[in-house]
Design a protein around this ligand. Structure first.
Ligand code: NI
Length: 176
């Protein structure tokens, strides 16, 4: 079932989410619904609070760039339960991000270039990944959602100011 998205201005996006204690049928259903919702939206990643469920879980596809420059995305998306971002590199990178909860807007954000991620999968197994570049960025973006943080919070003040009127519009339009 496609679930309704929650948008910028809704308090569920600003909550610190609760850890998942147990992988129940409800969690499995939530993940299945999130995958359907992500596909419907043609998105790369989706965090549980974006569908109104404030728990520590997100799903994410990776970008795979071929030698000829063409890119594809992994399918199905990977499920991250109670994720931890570890060992962020000193080296950073600035790139453009968008978010399904902030439609029509994009912005540049500085983040560590390389991280480790530890998380649990739907079978309850812990896995770790070492990852760099845009795919690392996406994990940090999704993980931020679990702490009530949006990428616009990480933009420099001047760039964010340019988005202020668009953000006001989004808040009004999607939170009647
Ligand atoms: Ni997002």
């Amino acid at each position: 079932m496609i679930r309704p998205l929650y948008y910028y201005g809704h308090p569920v996006l600003r909550q610190k989410c609760e850890s998942v204690k147990e992988i129940t049928d409800e969690i499995r259903q939530l993940v299945a619904d999130m995958v359907e919702t992500l596909n419907h939206e043609n998105g790369a990643g989706l965090a549980a609070p974006q569908v109104g469920v404030p728990i520590r879980l997100f799903i994410l596809r990776d970008y795979i760039v071929a030698e000829d420059g063409h890119w594809t995305m992994t399918d199905p998306p990977t499920v991250y339960i109670n994720p931890k971002i570890l060992s962020p590199s000193q080296e950073t990178d600035i790139d453009t991000e968008g978010c399904l909860s902030i439609p029509g807007v994009r912005g540049k954000v500085e983040r560590p270039w390389r991280i480790k991620v530890e998380a649990m999968d739907l079978d309850g197994n812990i896995f770790t990944q070492e990852i760099e570049g845009y795919n690392a960025r996406c994990r940090m973006h999704e993980n931020d959602h679990l702490n009530g943080v949006l990428y616009i919070d990480r933009m420099d003040a001047k760039s964010k100011q340019k988005l202020e009127s668009a953000l006001r519009e989004i808040k009004k339009k999607y939170n009647p």
